[in-house]
Design a protein. Structure first.
Length: 193
């Protein structure tokens, strides 16, 4: 839901930082401390952070594949893969270097680069647009919430310990093994003997 500190993806599965939330930074800091304490003490949590959270904690670069919302990710991928058969990128997509979002029920917009509202997205600059959009989505739009969460997490965990892990290993330490689909496993298993 939109009212809480974390939003969910299209399928309601993973948690991401919610910019449209009235929580202050102390709440996110506390959640970071709790996740850090759980990790430190070997307690598994029933939280579903997207891989991007673990990548950010490990200071790894983020890209299009890290966008939580599938429709946004697919739309950006469509823009990158568009072959021009229905016209120019500018005419078909009608985008500029600006993002618009809802903030506590108010529509807000921000230029992705200076003068962005007047710069159309074209075939030549669409990769830059996607890169800037992803940066805004995963970094800039949730900076305060994420920084508070990370500060709380790092208050408990040493960054030097985390540097030894890959994102999927950190996720495994926080939430344990994801739910296994035993029906699919049984269906695809071969019994011998």
């Amino acid at each position: 839901g939109k009212a809480g500190p974390a939003g969910t993806d299209d399928e309601g599965q993973t948690q991401w930082f919610n910019g449209d939330c009235s929580w202050n930074e102390d709440g996110y800091h506390l959640v970071g401390v709790l996740v850090g304490l759980a990790l430190y003490n070997g307690v598994l949590l029933d939280v579903h952070f997207p891989r991007a959270v673990y990548r950010k904690l490990l200071r790894l670069p983020l890209g299009l594949e890290d966008v939580v919302d599938a429709s946004t990710r697919n739309g950006l991928r469509s823009l990158l893969e568009y072959d021009g058969t229905a016209g120019d990128v500018e005419d078909v997509f009608g985008l500029t270097f600006e993002v618009t979002w809802m903030d506590f029920g108010q529509e807000r917009s921000r230029e992705l680069k200076p003068g962005g509202a007047d710069i159309p997205v074209t075939n030549d600059n669409r990769e830059e647009y996607v890169m800037l959009y992803v940066k805004w989505l995963l970094v800039d739009s949730v900076r305060d919430q994420y920084d508070s969460f990370e500060s709380g997490f790092m208050r408990v965990m040493e960054a030097s310990c985390l540097n030894l892990l890959r994102p999927e290993e950190l996720e495994l330490l926080v939430v344990g093994t994801p739910d296994l689909d035993f029906a699919a496993l049984e269906k695809n298993a071969e019994y011998e003997g």
